[in-house]
Design a protein around this ligand. Sequence first.
Ligand code: MN
Ligand code: MN
Length: 491
Amino acid sequence: MERKNLWQTYSEAQIRELEEVNAQYRTCLDEGKTERECVKKTIELAEAEGYRNMKDLIKAGTKIHAGDKVYMDYMGKAIVLFQAGTAPVEEGMNILGAHIDSPRIDVKQNPLYENEGLAYLDTHYYGGVKKYQWLSIPLALHGVIVKKNGEKVEVCVGEKETDPVLVINDLLPHLGARQREKLAKDFIDGEQMDLLIGNRPEDKEENAVTRRIKNLLKERYDVEEEDFLSAELEIVPAGKARDCGLDNSMILAYGQDDRVCAFTSLFAILRAEEVARTSCCLLVDKEEIGSTGASGMTSRFFENAVAEYVLLNEGVEYNDIVLRRTLANSKMLSSDVSAGFDPMYEDVYEKRNAAFLARGPVFNKYTGSGGKSGSNDANPEYIAQLRQIMEEAGVNFQTAELGRVDVGGGGTIAYLMSVYGMEVIDSGVAVLGMHAPWETTSKADVYEAVRCYEAKTSLQKRDAMGCGIPDFIASLFMYHVPVLCCSAGHR
Ligand code: MN
Ligand code: MN
């Protein structure tokens, strides 16, 4: 299969547009470094495009008609957007899904302590991280502290030029001889990964460094140490997304798994004009720890949101079978990042079935590991439809597996959506250094989704099964780009 280098296909005008899309993407990455921040940014962008909060419509008894745009967030950590189509809702939706949580280090519930004049926050890492990568780099603290009275205090330290940053220190090489003999997985113990946050005592008494920290917390956020009990504080690499490469061809940023798929999916749905089938964009939490929890994909929140959406449709008499048909007739691009081929680690890939940077969005018929275990295995009938849509939209794509057969593997949310009996395929964007504090993508891969959308020639086509599929899905698809990777499998 030929994989074109996207850069060799673009005109000057396309390159300019590519830079615009990537500038917007970088801004979204900078403002969305946690799942909560991503939901906030999504709502801001969606409302600017005329999306309304479904909760308000439900309260007011307002019905939805073709062309209406609505969203529903879930606990501020996951969100679903719908753009109503002209076709009956039970014909199904075109769904773009991705996750907005990323590997990171979380603060424990009782975190604050002092040892020999150094104040720390105790931590527990989140997702499949290589622990040693997080040592001795500037870190930022993002999240919320919720007080007993329900007041929510937002915290973000380490991102502004004038902010201090925080750090988890590594051992100096001079004293690291024994450490270096350890296996990488044991290189640093999870309990040694505490965040250094202070060194200046308040007074001459005992524990004066933590006392000063507590006073600062009181002064700046009006919180007590006890309030850590009900806080959700995430430690992420400090700093902005940057162009990467002497030729500015790539992006180096934190959390591109899976925000490169989430934000491109979002851009795509926000640009949609008229659609035949309902367009849906689903951005979920908790993928990196197995999609568990109320805001993760194993929760019923998506199904509940679709039920609410069906109920809001003017002229639709809601019942269980309408909801089931809506879900079963849907078609989804479940987007997550794919492991980009890295020549430095050639031996873990099988080149003919690997994803390459700047070769376009990636489709993964299956993910999983060790005999496709745990994978959603997309139907060739569906893949054939996607090939047709992509070709008509002039989009270059590639197919891949996550590494050599017996080397490892991964999984994403596709298999959880397949429980509804809908067509779904893993798709995504190729990433180098996935799950590292700083991950690399190609700006061409980010942009290719845009190209796909703009190449659309008509609003609706009929597929072989007789279901209307707007070209729009092709664009979505691109954006999503996808992936294969990660989550469940990474663990
Ligand atoms: Mn991942
Ligand atoms: Mn992922």
